[in-house]
Design a protein around this ligand. Structure first.
Ligand SMILES: Cc1ncc(COP(=O)(O)O)c(C=O)c1O
Length: 397
């Protein structure tokens, strides 16, 4: 029976990595896959996480199943990191949450839950959004519609159009998917004023915010990047949340994430807790423990937590410096376009706002690899490759 299915085309980003590996040019530059890289092009294990691994090796005395909710110190610690210590929703015990396999697993659990709550809901997502949002959310059977978000011509957020679209088209009970910070793929985030206006529109229209937060700490800081999420939790009665520890804890392959639903009361929370656990149970039973156990140790051991905060700060500052360096080099090399907007964008990604033809020319003539949308991984830039990168970009403009 297997022959009935056709071969699918290669995933565009994974296909790009394969093409990069096969390129014999020693000067090639990889700005494709979304993983943090240091100056040597490596994706390190943060030292605080490496120390937590050693502690876990010494202290873990069983591999028996963990509870369906996950490692308690992970779930509670991450919620506290995201919402702030002593948050009313935590004190009132009205957040249902499960540890899940990565941000993807968390998005999937939340989407299944939303479908159980309201099968007629439409999920509104930004145009553009992270490519995997569509299959992950669509698989749960929810309808998907785009709202305008990014204007390539001005390299900025089309906030008025976004708001007008949601006001005109979204119906009460619909869901609005939001990137908590460091929008993937554009790097263009909402300002605090825009978050506030958006929160009032969602409240007025009875729309549910679904916040995906995968880059906490990579934009302006661990506290600052939680602004939009915290505001939504303050202004709206209910919020859906999917968080990933892949990037900021460097735990990509350990599949470490959190699915959470901020509800209106402890009673509702208890019902939703059983629902999300039953969704997980029917797919993979319970989350892998390892990554969560490490995050638990890091967040709940004061010196490791301080070390990790400093490491996140260093990753963020490095990416900011690289943005500034690229913008300066492009100007120095006579770019006929102003790339200052790259300095305003946040996190690991930037849209360079060039055409797919120009992206392909950079790939084919200069061995610079990134996706056709013009999204680049800022962490793939280094002091060593920035001149070649800027020259290649100027030559295709
Ligand atoms: C916006 C966004 N959400 C969620 C994820 C999921 O991350 P993971 O499943 O690797 O934890 C990513 C990863 O690239 C992402 O960019």
């Amino acid at each position: 029976m297997f022959e009935v299915l056709p071969q699918l085309p290669a995933d565009p980003i994974l296909g790009l990595s394969a093409a990069f590996k096969a390129d014999p040019n020693p000067q090639k530059i990889d700005l494709g896959v979304g993983v943090y890289k240091d100056e040597k092009g490596l994706t390190p294990i943060p030292t605080a996480v490496a120390k937590a691994q050693r502690i876990l090796l010494e202290t873990e005395d069983s591999k028996t199943y963990i509870s369906p909710r996950g490692v308690p110190g992970f779930v509670d610690g991450l919620l506290e990191l995201l919402l702030g210590k002593g948050h009313p929703a935590l004190l009132e015990d009205r957040i249902a949450a499960v540890q899940a396999p990565g941000g993807c697993g968390s998005l999937s659990i939340v989407s299944e839950l939303l479908k159980r709550c309201n099968a007629d809901a439409t999920v509104w997502y930004s145009d553009p959004t992270w490519a995997n949002h569509i299959p992950l959310i669509g698989k749960a059977g929810l309808k998907l519609e785009k709202y305008p978000y990014f204007d390539k011509a001005t390299a900025s957020v089309k906030f008025d159009e976004m708001i007008d679209c949601l006001k005109a088209n979204a119906k009460a009970g619909d869901i609005v998917l939001l990137h908590g910070c460091c929008h993937n793929p554009t790097g263009a985030d909402l300002t605090q004023e825009q978050w506030q206006e958006l929160a009032s529109v969602l409240a007025d229209k009875g729309l549910l915010p679904f916040v995906d937060i995968a880059y906490l700490g990579f934009g302006d800081g661990l506290e600052e990047d939680a602004y939009g999420l915290r505001l939504m939790v303050e202004k709206l009665p209910e919020v859906a949340l999917a968080a990933s520890c892949s990037k900021n804890f460097g735990l990509y392959r350990e599949r470490t994430g959190l699915a959470a639903l901020i509800t209106t009361s402890k009673v509702v929370k208890e019902a939703i807790q059983t629902q999300i656990q039953s969704i997980a149970r029917a797919i993979y039973s319970m989350s892998p423990a390892y990554g969560g156990a490490l995050v638990d140790i890091v967040l709940n051991t004061p010196d490791l937590r301080a070390e990790w905060v400093a490491e996140v700060d260093a990753m963020r500052e490095r990416m900011k410096e690289l943005r500034a360096l690229l913008v300066t080099k492009l100007a120095e090399k006579g770019a006929n376009k102003d790339f200052a907007f790259v300095n305003q964008q946040k996190g690991m990604f930037s849209f360079l706002c060039i055409t797919p033809e120009q992206v392909l020319e950079m790939r084919n003539k200069h061995s610079v690899y990134f996706v056709e949308s013009s999204r680049v991984n800022i962490a793939g830039i280094s002091k060593e490759n920035v001149d070649a990168l800027a020259e290649a970009l100027v030559s295709v403009l």
